[in-house]
Design a protein around this ligand. Structure first.
Ligand code: ADP
Length: 443
């Protein structure tokens, strides 16, 4: 029953009372009184029932935080405007809440995608936000959120930074190595968050790769300088000796020969360095073409014939029928094999045999260079492909090598999508294997 009906009933009761008072017949007052009491009772009962029902409706409507009107029935009566106002308010509140949830999801996505580690603490020092990079760099517990940073961060330098930022300071960034892995280096920086949060943000930047590159560059410069200094010192010494020697001194020819040898060494060094630089920069395009392996092996042997003959060595080449034609970059493979065969000859004794063998391995083709030399110490096997790495520096330098040959070979293999491995044969001697991928459709 609406308020209008209830008011109508109330007026009717009042009317009855007025009627009875206006006609003061015998018993009229009594009847009017009875009617008024009954009318008032009925009216109050109806009113309280109606109020209870409306209160129930209003409560249900207020509890419904979705805030959308559900048709006219519940907004049509007198409480309708209250319900509608509430729904508008809750609607706005809900939209704001959604926006905030979205903002947080966006923030979390940005933090998750960042390479930098980020950790946010509130004014009480409790961790409020942390991304994967920070979790990884600081090796944090699985769910540090809500914990005090001192409980969770085990790195004293980092906790000092956070404490300083929480005090409102601007501590200078520091560079630290991970307590779990000294190879991992990172820079840490902490800044106070603006009022009113008064917390702190810790940002971690993994500088391991930058440091490593820096070290490699420094080592490289030191190595090149060292490699150049030796022949340059020798050349200068012999030039001075030449200047001091009488014009017809017989040793002049020997001096000139030494100068020529050292100049050739420097020339080779510079050539190798340039080759390496081009390969590392990816400037050498790969030119795929069908290649006849027996011809390629022959060309490599021909190129090295003088050095091989000088040591009375023999080269045996073997290519099975199924590996005669392969698809590869001819120049790169030739250069790579030339390097391996030259090493095999250099590091093997006189009158030994070097074998050049091809074989099919599934879709791939392998090429091996096998020698009868001393082999490579097990401890050096994994390092011989590094730049400037030499097992026996004295011997290697004597042969004109600067430890760049195998590094070039590895880059050449990588450019062709192949891999190169070194091993020792049980019967003695080294074996280098190059695996050349040959997709079935190429053959
Ligand atoms: P280099 O130009 O000085 O020969 P490489 O990069 O070609 O440098 O080789 C690196 C080192 O690996 C060499 O100094 C040598 O000690 C070792 N090595 C390479 N090939 C062989 C081999 N066939 N037998 C023994 N040692 C080898």
């Amino acid at each position: 029953m609406s308020f209008r009906t209830q008011c109508f009933l109330a007026l009717m009761a009042l009317g009855l009372m007025a009627g009875a008072l206006a006609r003061p017949r015998a018993g009229g007052v009594g009847l009017a009184m009875i009617l008024a009491v009954v009318g008032a009772a009925a009216f109050s009962w109806a009113l309280s029932r109606s109020l209870r029902r409306r209160a129930g409706k209003l409560a249900a409507a207020l509890e419904n935080l979705e805030g959308r009107p559900h048709g006219r029935a519940d907004v049509d009566d007198e409480l309708g405007p209250v319900v509608q106002a509430w729904r508008r308010v809750t609607g706005r509140f809900e939209a704001r809440l959604k926006e905030q949830t979205l903002d947080r999801a966006r923030l979390e996505a940005v933090l998750a995608g960042m390479l930098e580690g980020v950790l946010v603490v509130d004014a009480q020092g409790r961790i409020r936000l942390v991304n994967d990079a920070a979790t990884h760099l600081l090796r944090l517990a699985a769910s540090p959120i809500g914990h005090h940073y001192l409980e969770i961060i085990r790195h004293p330098d980092v906790t000092t930074l956070v404490a300083a930022a929480l005090d409102g300071g601007q501590p200078s960034p520091v560079e630290l190595s991970s307590p779990h892995d000294p190879e991992v280096v990172f820079a840490a920086r902490a800044v106070p968050t603006p009022d009113p949060t008064r917390g702190a943000v810790l940002v971690l930047h993994d500088t391991t790769a930058v440091r490593r590159t820096d070290r490699i560059r420094r080592d490289f410069v030191a190595n090149v300088s060292h490699e150049l200094r030796t022949p340059l010192t020798a050349i200068r010494g012999y030039l001075e000796a030449l200047q001091d020697a009488p014009a017809d001194a017989p040793e002049r020819t020997a001096y000139l020969a030494v100068i020529a040898r050292h100049t050739a060494h420097m020339e080779r060094l510079v050539r190798d360095l340039l080759r390496l630089a081009r390969l590392e920069a990816g400037q050498d395009p790969v030119e795929w073409a069908p290649v006849e392996l027996p011809d390629l092996f022959e060309a490599v042997i021909q190129d090295l014939e003088p050095a091989i003959a000088a040591k009375r060595q023999r080269v045996e080449a073997h290519v099975p029928r199924e590996a005669v034609t392969i698809v590869t970059d001819r120049d790169k493979l030739k250069s790579l094999l030339r390097n391996l065969v030259e090493n095999a000859s250099t590091y093997s004794p006189e009158a030994t045999t070097i074998r050049l063998e091809a074989a099919r391995a599934g879709d791939d083709v392998t090429v091996q260079v096998i020698d009868e030399g001393p082999g490579i110490p097990e401890a050096d096997l994994s390092r011989i492909f590094e730049r400037f790495y030499r097992v026996d520096a004295g011997r290697s330098r004597e042969s004109g090598g600067a430890g760049l040959g195998l590094s070039i070979a590895r880059h050449l293999a990588e450019r062709m999508g192949s891999e190169i491995r070194a091993a020792n044969r049980p019967e003695g001697g080294a074996v280098f294997t190059v695996r050349l991928p040959q997709p079935a459709t190429w053959i």
